[in-house]
Write a protein that binds this ligand. Sequence first.
Ligand code: PLP
Length: 453
Amino acid sequence: MKSYISTRGKTEPHTFSKAVATGLAPDGGLFLPEALPDISSQLNAWIDLPYPELCFEFFKIFATDINPKTLKYLIDKSYAKFTHPEIAPLKQLDKKLFVLELFHGPTLAFKDFALQLLGNLYEEQIRQTGHPLNILGATSGDTGAAAIHGLLGKRGVNIFILYPNGRISNLQERQMTCTGSENVFPLAIEGSFDDAQKALKETFEDLDFRNHFYLSAVNSINLARILAQCVYYIFAWLKLPNDLKDNVEFVVPTGNFGNILAGWLAQKMGLPVKSFKAATNQNDILYRLFKTGEYKLDKVQPSLAPSMDIQMASNFERFLYYSEGQDSVRVTEIISKIKSTGNYNFENFNRDIFTTSRTNDDEIFQIIKEIHKKYNYIVDPHTACGFKDINNDMTSIVLSTAHPAKFPETITEAIGIEPKSDILEELKELKIIKYPIIAEKIAIQNFIKDHAV
Ligand SMILES: *Cc1c(COP(=O)(O)O)cnc(C)c1O
């Protein structure tokens, strides 16, 4: 049976299901497969598979402790609520320029790919163990909504989501707070996403509390999320015309480094992709890292692409684990240095595989206008960052991470057209229910105590 280890090396290997249920490893690290499989010889056989079947073939390799029939059922159910028949349609804008639309799920952002599945994995876990689960997450916008919709109305599980009050879009907030569902608790904190993330980590580091309430994480650190996100990279690559398959760059609007990391893992497993571009907004820690080798924390500046307003990219630790030669002691040292001093200098940093770009708010506007004019195609502000400095020598696949209708103000200002979505229109009629809270461990624990399953 495959096992899963922690980047910090102080957690005994877990089964797939246990690693998923646990979220953050008890030693504070992130779970990874003990060894990565080689999928390259299977790619040909996967070429015509519909999305859920490809996902099943891929997960079979990892979720070896789940009965295949059950696994198939959980995966089919996870993608049944997507509104596009292809689930992740690949659209060609130009000869060598493609957009992979990842916004056809229930909350209209790419996070549905992982969180619909994670919700069903949790439900199965609860069914098998008989234990309830309390899920805690932090969001800069889309994760919370996607997590909530992955767990909406499920039995035996309550979900608590911290988010920075006033710093996410009105519609993003409505997606979390207008569910009318009794197992959902949106917690509005004063501060930034990083403040929320920090309070969340501290709450998890209290092992007694965590065990007592069967607390699990739903933010981008969960192993199942990363694996679910590998699938659309494979799917997209398989859909490319044969003559464009050799020299491919995926362009990924990046914040927490979860999405791009999944692509990079797929490459390490044998998907023949040349490079990945980390497209940041003005919060450019990863841009600076990939340009200079220096990881240096800065203040978060709210932008038009709020789901990328991040400085501490939590999934970076998984990348570090491999780039430091799977040496968990080094990983632990580097992370603690970054935590205490706010920066770290990487020597011998391999910059061939990751390219990078940075887009400020003015440029986001310009790009939305240009793409609309040139291709009659509307991109949301996050996706817009992906269109900066496209490398024309390569086949570029830009990941479209959100539906433009989630950001109507920006789009309308840029091109004079208001993008619409029926799902979002219906939300406008419903009542907002949220719980203001201080971003501190004690306050969060007290709230959970009062509202746990
Ligand atoms: C979460 C999110 C991102 C950033 O993804 P990461 O995995 O955090 O790098 C980009 N765009 C949108 C719309 C998102 O919701």
